[in-house]
Design a protein around this ligand. Sequence first.
Ligand code: 0O2
Ligand code: 0O2
Length: 263
Amino acid sequence: MAIYDWKSFLMPYEQAVDELKVKIRSIRKEYRRKNEYSPIEFVTGRVKDISSLLEKANKFEIPLDRVQYEMEDIAGIRIMCQFVDDIDKVVELLRARRDMQILYEKDYIRSVKTSGYRSYHLIIKYPVNMASGQRDILAEFQIRTLAMNFWATIEHSLNYKYKQQMPGDIKIKLKKAADTAFELDEQMLEIKDEIKDAQKLFEVKSDIVSNIMNSILTLISLGKSAEASRYEVSLNKLIEDGGIWELTSILESINHDIDRYRE
Ligand code: 0O2
Ligand code: 0O2
């Protein structure tokens, strides 16, 4: 392959990012399906664009024919978590996987970068099956909280604006903001159980409401529109302030009616 054929060079990286996004998002889906709390909030991914790739190769003096071996983040997957302690759980989940090999880890949470940057990085070797056969590529996972992500996104755009010339006072303010964001993470961790309970309650409630809606549709399909409307009115009354118990009792009653009409 001629090294200037960037489109072909980047193809396995694009495939890896697509596959890894699906795989990590499906872990979240699995938790949600089981009505369990997911340590993964959302996942994004990108392949480094050619200009940043060349800029980085230049900065670290990586010859272009060594880029695939020495540049670890051409394929990047970012996993966002709600709470700081979710990060360790996600790391454990990734360590247990058999479809990738972790080469090394960088813990920028316990060893914060001087900029204030916090995140947990995993560098992996990942096999991609191309039409031409298997290719092992390097990829980088960045695992961070929503607050860390907020900070890093803003700091990244400022870095882009100032390149290496970020004014000292802005650097200081950013470092302070990073520490404040981390304080927020720590405070949220203290009320994590409270937050998780509220989220769980919301999920259970929306599951019951969606089951009631399905049952109302079933009643209509059985030709029982009057009953369906009656249940709809009861549901509307409860949707804002109704408790789990009241909603469950509507669901039981409607399902009982459906069984009766089916008989
Ligand atoms: P949902 O549940 O419908 O939101 P793609 O590969 O095309 O699916 P891509 O190109 O990676 O996605 O898009 P992007 O912009 O990187 O976002 C990926 C997912 O992260 C999307 O969810 C976004 O909704 C979600 N996302 C991005 N920013 C935030 C955020 O600040 N908060 C939350 N909660 N989610 C965010 P999905 O997978 O489409 O699913
Ligand atoms: P992009 O545009 O996100 O791809 P470095 O020495 O920091 O230049 P190195 O040695 O490859 O890079 O490794 P490191 O430090 O682990 O950084 C890898 C990636 O982590 C960076 O990729 C950023 O995405 C992120 N990162 C590291 N430090 C910072 C920081 O201070 N602020 C922000 N916002 N992100 C950071 P790239 O290639 O720099 O950039």
